[in-house]
Design a protein around this ligand. Sequence first.
Ligand SMILES: [Mn+2]
Length: 419
Amino acid sequence: MAAFKFLHTADIHLDSPLRGLSRYEGVPVEQVRLATRAALTNLVDVALEEAVAFVVIAGDLFDGAWDDFSTGLYFCGAMRRLKDAGIPVYIAYGNHDADSLQTKRLPLPDNVHVFGTKGPETFIDEGTGVALHGQSYKTRDPGGDLSAAYPGAVEGRLNIGVLHTALEGGRPPHAAYAPCSPGQLASKGYDYWALGHVHTHEVVSTDPYIVFPGNLQGRNIRECGSKGASLVSVQNAAVTSVAFVACDAVRWAQVAVDVADCAALHDMEARARDALAAAFRDEAEGRPMVVRVTLRGRTALHGKLLQRLGVLREDVRALATGISDELWVEKVVLATEVVAAATADSPDVDEIAGLFEQGVADTQLRAVLADDFGQLFGRIPPELAEDSELLASARAEQFDAILQDAAAGLRARLGEGAG
Ligand SMILES: [Mn+2]
């Protein structure tokens, strides 16, 4: 076979549970929860459209032990579609789906080949003659460099190494399992290293190719942007190109809205609407998109926005709904800053707000606040504290910011009362 393509994917984390998303009203939790399945279906669609010779899965196909058999059955169905098209699949399991963690099992269609856990194993792909070398994790942490024992390249064939690793030193926040250097991998003489574990797409090297495809579907706001697989082209027993193919069914994005010098709430709304529309147009690529919106900038509106904090997410949801039914708001983060009050609202307002501003320098007041918040933290569930900007600031003892916000909020409220 002189010219062919193959697909390299990893970190599908099929049926990975959603943490905390149910707290965000209006986000279709079921659709987001099933996105890892939809992404797998998209991957199979790409494999069929591109008529690839085979598919490589480099670990963390599953997120952990299945809750029930439906996860495995869904995977079997996807693999059968590949089998019907004569496409074999090669899997090396990683830390999330290590052998010891798979408490439920199902027989997989016979086009699926799984690398063993005892040592490196080599499969010769029948259709192309490619030699694939790989090893699955036996337990969560294989305890050392697995690649060291991989065999040298088989002469006269295209050689592919399949391994779940974060490479040497790791790539935070990914744990440094099976550490090895690109140089050590290159020394095997293979043409392509199909890696997994790091959720960000990265071509580490092109000679030989050492590639992290990234995860197939973002699962939370920390996994933003396009997610998918690597489509690799081979000609005359050499890799000629590696292309990224998006497979995600739901996209995550961070949208920053600069509201500096906005004079009224409707100015902020206009800015937010524009930023949301631009993000949806440029980043969603026709998919549903979940966004976290951060309002930033030094603004006279800071106090007013603080006052609206409880309903700010609803404001932004309304703007998003005005753009598309498939633009969903995970969270609104208020990160604006106060503008120093130049003009007096009224002598009374100035005096009261001034007391708060003085409080910033008052060590006694800070001690009282630290004590009060400390008692509060003993009683509230930690996930609630994580969700509140105010509580997060208090936990970090950022009382300057809290007092400045309180002063600005008070000024806005009293100003309204007077006007
Ligand atoms: Mn992993």
